[in-house]
Each structure stands twice: as C-alpha cells, then as structure tokens.
Design a protein around this ligand. Structure first.
Ligand code: UDP
Length: 383
C-alpha cells in the first residue's frame, strides 16, 4: 500500500555535526567525511567558530564548507558570555535545521552548549571522544565539567579506548550505548601522513627552519592550557630558555594566539637564537613538525595522542592527564610546570639513549585510523 511505503527522502536521517575549535575540527573532519560517505545520512555541519582562525585553517585543509557558521568569537570573551551566545545560536540553528541527531566532540564549551540546546529540544546527542575523565573538575578547567554534562545527556557514547568506556560504565551509562571506536585523531593523523607522503610540498613552510636547524636536535613545544596561565606559563618559558641554551638543541614552538600565552613567551623568549617562535601551524605542517622533532613538550590533549603514534616521547606539562594510555605505555610522562623538572627530564632523554629508546616505541594506544567509519556506521544503524 502506497500509504505505508517510506520514500528514500523520508528515511534519510539529517545528522548535524557541531564543533568550534581547532582540536575539535581535526578530530571531527574524518567523521564528517565518513558521514558523507554513509548512505541514509544527510550530513550537515555547524561550526560555532569559538576559535576563528585556528578553526578555519583546519576547515580549509579538510575541504569542509560548513552549512552554518555562527562566528561567535569575540575579543576577550568571558566563559559566561561565550556560553550564552553558543546556547542561543545553536538553539536557533537546531530550530531552523531540524536535525534528527546532533554529534558533538570532546569537552569544549561548544560541546556542552550544543548538548544543552539539543536536550531542550529533545534531539538525541552522539558524543565523540566520550568518557575521558581526570576526576578533578578543575583539571582541565572547564573541560572536565563540559564533558561530564554531555555524558549525562548523550544517548550514543563513542569512547576512544576501553579505559574511557570503563569510566562511562562507572557513571552508570548503559553499556549498550557505549561504542569503543578508537580516537578519530588517529584517522586524521594517518590521512595527513599519507597526504604528506604523496605531496610533501603541502608542508614546505617548514623548509627554512629545517635548514636553519639542520644537525640540531629539535624539541617541539605547544602550550595553551588555561590551568597554566600566569605563573605556570612563565615557568614553561624559563624551562624552554634553559633547554635552548644547549648548543645542540633547537626549540620550535608554534605559539597559541591567546594573549595569556603569547605575551609571556614574547617577554621571556624573544631574541633567543635557538628558539623559533612561529605562528600556529596548519595540520599538515604540524604533523611534519612532530615527524622532524626528537621529542615533544606540551600541555595539549590531542598532541599526547598523536606523539605515541609517531614514536615521539611526549613530556606533558600537567599535573594529571585524562589520557593515561600514553603514560601506561611508557611514551608519555607527566612533568608539571616546574622548570627544574622539565629541564631534567628533557636533558635525561637527550643524553641517555636507553631512556630515549624506552620512550620512543611507536604504537597506537589511541586507535587504528578507522574510528570515523565505525561511528558513521553506528549512527546509520541508530538514526
Ligand atoms: N595543532 C596544529 N597546529 C599547531 C599546534 C597544534 O594543528 O600549531 C594540532 C595538534 O596536532 C592537535 C591539536 O592541534 O591535533 C591540539 O590542539 P590543542 O593543543 O589546541 O588543544 P587540545 O588538544 O589540548 O584540546
């Protein structure tokens, strides 16, 4: 009977992926591509542009043109004002776009705002990179609470690892709603490595530094955590200055545009000949930097996941990590922000071959590069 037949258009599910920062974009572009390739799904993309420039770098490289761009970023935005703009803008978007489901990632204010706006409209929420927990609501801040709120509302939880799935089950999430997929950052990393192999010119912007620092041992640095603003950032700068005083070392540091980072680094490190403070790199250039370097010093979350895959020891300038897999596997170590400890750890890796090789085993505790496909399939089945 005609009345009972469902037209293909009606059975197509409209899935709206929502993100706003650079790390979310890096980790969600493989998901957007996989959703587009999945039959039965109409993939829509809404960006909030919580970080404007850094987000656009990734969208360009990943060839994603968002269907909706809320462009919420304002100078010196407070968390309260940003959250209010996000919830309002996303709510209006959902009213207009009427998605059957939204997908959010990780732990940003965009993640929590998207979750809340969807919850108000009873739109189901899928959470990519679900189940990361530090156990401390102030580390990282405010991300630990952003992801916990999303964990309460989501009906599909894409956990990157078994440990993340365990954390969700400990919070009484129904195991049937948890899917261990691997982390999509490994999908992004492997795809970008393949691109770099085929077309090395896409990261030629680092040629000059590679020539300038030829023969030196390169330490790659990133730092942007809110918990480290102030004294922590000054300590990190002092540690970098001591490391770069060694004539055999060079530090390459793409400096985050946040004034809390940039002003400190400019004040403490400008003029040091072994330190290259450069603008944030687009993703292919950053992957090339990880490849060029001998070790990584960072307070980033995503970089902790990428470095083990490339066999690069990673020293994490935090007191705690919600990504214990790298530490457990021996490729990551927590060093906090005490300059003496950072310098000791780096010098011991540079000077002790056995210590270096123990930390530089390439392995992938965070995924196999197929996470996005798994996520798209689950969503197609679940609607
Ligand atoms: N990244 C990048 N360019 C840079 C520095 C980092 O593309 O100059 C990438 C990095 O590879 C990782 C992500 O940005 O995938 C991490 O972002 P960030 O450290 O800002 O955030 P977090 O992961 O701590 O949330």
């Amino acid at each position: 009977m005609a009345g009972l037949m469902t037209s293909p258009a009606n059975s197509t599910k409209r899935i709206m992926t929502v993100f706003g920062t650079r790390p979310e974009a890096i980790k969600m572009f493989p998901v957007v591509h996989a959703l587009r390739a999945q039959s039965g799904i109409e993939a829509r993309v809404c960006v909030t542009a919580q970080h404007r420039d850094l987000l656009d770098q990734v969208l360009d490289i990943a060839q994603i043109v968002p269907d909706v761009d809320l462009d919420v970023m304002q100078p010196n935005q407070t968390l309260d004002a940003l959250l209010a703009r996000l919830v309002t803008g996303l709510g209006e978007t959902f009213d207009r776009e009427k998605p059957d489901r939204i997908l959010v990632h990780g732990d940003t204010l965009t993640t929590m705002a998207g979750t809340i706006a969807a919850y108000f409209r009873k739109i189901p929420v899928g959470h990519v990179e679900a189940g990361l927990r530090s156990g401390d609501i102030y580390q990282p801040w405010p991300e630990e609470v952003n992801r916990r709120v999303t964990g309460v509302v989501a009906d599909l939880h894409f956990a990157p690892t078994e440990a993340a799935a365990d954390a969700l089950m400990a919070e009484n999430v129904d195991p049937a709603r948890i899917h261990v997929t691997g982390n999509t950052v490994i999908d992004a990393l492997l795809a970008t490595q393949a691109q770099l192999q085929a077309r090395p010119e896409i990261a030629a912007g680092l040629d000059d530094l590679a020539t300038r620092f030829a023969g030196r041992r390169i330490v790659a640095v990133t730092s942007h955590r809110r918990e480290n603003f102030g004294e922590g950032m000054r300590n990190i700068a002092r540690a970098i200055a001591q490391i770069a005083a060694r004539p055999d070392v060079a530090v390459i540091f793409p400096v985050h545009p946040n004034p809390n980072v940039r002003s400190v680094m400019d004040a403490e490190l400008a003029g040091l000949s072994n330190v290259a403070m450069i603008d944030p790199l687009d993703y292919p250039h950053f992957v090339r930097l990880l490849d060029m370097c001998e070790l990584v010093l960072t307070d980033s979350g995503g970089v902790q996941e990428e470095a083990p895959s490339l066999g690069k020891p990673v020293l994490v300038m935090r007191e705690t990590t919600e990504r214990p897999e790298g530490v457990a596997a021996g490729t990551a170590r927590l060093v906090g922000t005490d300059p003496a400890q950072i310098v000791n750890e780096i010098f011991s890796l540079l000077d002790d071959k056995a210590a270096y090789s123990a930390m530089s085993r390439a392995h992938n505790p965070f995924g196999d590069g197929k996470a996005a496909q798994r996520i798209a399939r689950v969503i197609a089945d679940a609607g």
